[in-house]
Design a protein around this ligand. Structure first.
Ligand SMILES: CC(C)(COP(=O)(O)OP(=O)(O)OC[C@H]1O[C@@H](n2cnc3c(N)ncnc32)[C@H](O)[C@@H]1O)[C@@H](O)C(=O)NCCC(=O)NCCS
Ligand SMILES: Nc1ncnc2c1ncn2[C@@H]1O[C@H](COP(=O)(O)OP(=O)(O)OP(=O)(O)O)[C@@H](O)[C@H]1O
Length: 230
């Protein structure tokens, strides 16, 4: 099994690239979706957050008021770090289960769309790592226009992550998404080529079929050895 890391900065275009995988055989695990699921009303993550931040961050129906809560945590680094600490185990086990389900189905290449891939050091489990990069002016423009943020709100969210240029320097593949969607689609072809390269032995062993083969070969080997010994 090959785990492909897909990351970048906020509004750099991870979901846009992730959507391009939909026309291929590579499924995508989206950490933002996992992060939303683990804070749904009544879950363990939700209880921890309400205990730490109080019920003033809740809507009338008991769900988290994401806009209000986002405003709080992205304008105060200590609160954001507290949130990260509380949710990290829930998000990583959620991602693990999504991978496990795909592994059991026999998927051999899985893309992990994780905004904080480097910050959480999950990049050590992924190869190659794709960084969706965008120039700073375009990033802030797209973020403000998509989410209706002021420049200050957008900058706070950008500052909450490792600098995008630093992520770019750690990448195996960089997609520059500062241009048109067609430009990005063209660069995506290189991603498809790279993720379809032949598997290493380690990757073969990590796949469901590889593991089944190892178990079967070992069983046959043990049975033959026993037969010879009798
Ligand atoms: C604070 C919350 C409620 C705000 O919700 P909102 O709907 O406004 O944003 P959403 O979840 O869609 O995230 C949008 C983007 O913000 C960035 N982001 C989200 N959480 C964080 C964080 N803790 N630190 C830095 N950037 C973050 C990511 O690039 C993400 O793609 C939400 O972002 C949250 O629960 N964050 C903590 C979970 C987390 O770490 N998610 C990232 C998954 S690796
Ligand atoms: N090449 C492009 N040309 C024009 N607009 C784009 C392009 N790529 C992305 N966008 C727009 O920029 C915004 C951010 O893109 P997208 O949602 O894919 O980013 P993201 O990295 O997934 O964001 P987040 O970190 O919040 O999850 C969206 O409104 C999207 O439609």
């Amino acid at each position: 099994m090959r785990l492909v890391g897909l990351t970048g900065g906020i509004a750099s275009g991870k979901s846009t690239v992730s959507n391009l995988f939909k026309n291929t055989s590579v499924p995508v695990v989206d950490a933002d979706v996992v992060a939303r699921n683990v804070v749904q009303k009544g879950t363990g993550g939700w209880k921890k957050i309400v205990k730490a931040f109080g019920d003033e961050i809740l809507l009338d129906n008991g769900e988290i008021d994401r806009a209000r809560f986002g405003q709080i945590v992205f304008s105060d680094p200590s609160k954001r770090q507290l949130l990260n600490r509380l949710l990290a185990p829930h998000i990583s086990s959620g991602i693990f289960w999504e991978i496990a389900k795909l592994w059991m189905k026999g998927c051999k290449v899985i893309a992990l769309d994780i905004p904080l891939l480097f910050e959480t050091k999950m990049d050590r489990w992924t190869n190659p790592v794709i960084v969706v990069w965008v120039n700073p002016e375009t990033q802030i423009e797209r973020l403000m226009s998509r989410d209706g943020f002021s420049e200050e709100q957008a900058q706070n969210r950008i500052n909450a992550q490792l600098a995008l240029d630093r992520k770019k320097s750690e990448a195996d593949i960089v997609i520059d998404n500062s241009g048109s969607l067609d430009d990005t689609k063209q660069q995506f072809q290189e991603v498809l080529r790279k993720v379809s390269e032949p598997f290493t032995w380690k990757e073969r062993l990590r796949s469901r079929d590889g593991l089944i083969s190892v178990v079967m070969c070992t069983t046959v080997g043990v049975l033959l050895a026993q037969k010879n010994l009798l």
